[in-house]
Design a protein around this ligand. Structure first.
Ligand SMILES: COc1ccc(OC)c(-c2cc(C(C)=O)n3cccnc23)c1
Length: 121
């Protein structure tokens, strides 16, 4: 019985991919899908020292860069906080970031994650 490629992935990677898919659903406009481009966001790369977006998080999962769930959650928070730093309150991006952060962290509570068993220990 040969395991499919996805089944060969490390348990943490498979969990993080599932969590990432659920977080991406909270970004219907795909504002967080790709790195923010300075051409659309003037001065972005001078204001935001550590950019983050969902595609970068996906690549980090594939490269096994996340050693824990907490590292993954930190990048999610970084991505949302970057948007709330660069974009003024009241803008579509600031509001989208607040909503995404709130909805995302609700999905990442211990109560929601406990059913996934000892994978997180
Ligand atoms: C209007 O359509 C898009 C499409 C992709 C975007 O970022 C990947 C953004 C975008 C995303 C952001 C963020 C997340 O700060 N942003 C800030 C200023 C101007 N544009 C953006 C907007």
């Amino acid at each position: 019985c040969v395991l499919k490629a996805s089944q060969k992935r490390r348990p943490l990677s498979r969990l993080l991919e599932q969590l990432l898919r659920n977080l991406e659903k909270r970004d219907p406009n795909q504002f967080f899908a790709w790195p923010v481009n300075d051409n659309f966001a003037p001065g972005y790369s001078t204001i935001i020292k550590r950019p983050m977006d969902f595609s970068t998080m996906k690549q980090k999962i594939d490269d096994n860069e996340y050693k824990s769930l907490n590292c993954f959650i930190s990048d999610f928070k970084l991505m949302c906080n970057n948007a709330m730093k660069y974009n003024k309150a009241g803008t579509v991006y600031h509001k989208a970031a607040r909503r995404l952060l709130h909805a995302g962290l609700k999905q990442l509570t211990p109560q929601k994650l406990r059913p996934l068993g000892n994978i997180l220990t």
